[in-house]
Design a binder for this molecule. Structure first.
Ligand SMILES: [Zn+2]
Length: 252
């Protein structure tokens, strides 16, 4: 069975949507990940995890949305960002287009943490319209495994954790000679309890936060396998659950 919507004809899509009301939608961003890793890191990881999960659970997977909320990386060349408002609206309209064909349950596989606030708001709005959207992110999906494999300074943006996943999924896109470690600078206004509107460039010169040189494909493979297993469980649960029971209704 084909699972990638982009590879189906409309006749095949009709057949899928007339029998299934669940889909997977990968979303990421196009933003700097230091000199060693590709700008597509976030959307490439989301796409790979989403497509493999789709195959294992026989659920349709949409084409990845490659642009997200990442203006904080804009000083680094090649970063392409959209505003949270436009991003939310664009994703919401794509979900409503799916709803036209009867889709009621959408699993967003989000590869970029900066998208989360907009996606959470969108999911809340869509639930009121009868569409249940859940948002999956690979790094909190394995709260037991990841802290065992990586130290806290390896777990930040473009660090060893994320780079290991890149190595596991598409090692040819990582330039091992350019891996580096950079201790982020602390802004002078940074204090306990303070949130600042900082850009990446305020904290690092390379775009890497913390330790990256310890990245390994072996660790990355463990992470990928673990998070795909988690996501498959979630998708199977949604497939087996009636949309009505996931929506809001007045209290009994
Ligand atoms: Zn990233």
């Amino acid at each position: 069975m084909k699972v990638l919507l982009s590879e189906m004809s409309w006749v095949e899509a009709k057949e899928y949507f007339s029998k299934n009301d669940t889909v997977i939608l990968p979303i990421g961003s196009t933003e700097q990940h230091g000199p060693a890793s590709p700008l597509g890191t976030d959307f490439l990881i989301a796409k790979a995890i989403a497509e493999e999960t789709a195959k294992r659970s026989s659920v349709a997977c949409l084409p990845v949305i490659p642009f997200g909320v990442s203006s904080h990386h804009k000083q680094f060349w090649g970063t392409i960002f959209v505003s949270p408002k436009i991003f939310k609206r664009y994703v919401k309209e794509a979900c409503l287009a799916l709803n036209y064909f009867g889709v009621r349950k959408i699993v967003v596989v989000n590869g970029h943490g900066g998208n989360l606030n907009a996606l959470a708001l969108m999911a809340r709005e869509l639930r009121e319209k009868g569409v249940f959207v859940s948002v999956f992110q690979w790094w909190p999906a394995s709260t037991k495994l990841l802290p065992r494999l990586f130290e806290p300074d390896e777990r930040r943006h473009a660090g060893a954790e994320e780079t290991s996943v890149n190595l596991a999924l598409h090692s040819h896109l990582v330039n091992l000679n350019k891996l580096l470690d950079e201790e982020p600078r602390k802004h002078k206004a940074q204090m306990e309890g303070i949130t600042l509107p900082l850009d990446t460039v305020d904290e690092t010169s390379s775009g890497v936060f913390g330790k990256q040189t310890t990245a390994s494909a072996k660790k990355g493979k463990k992470v990928v396998e673990t998070v795909i297993n988690e996501l498959v469980k979630h998708v199977e649960m949604l497939k087996a659950t009636k949309a009505e029971s996931l929506l809001q209704k007045p209290k009994t």
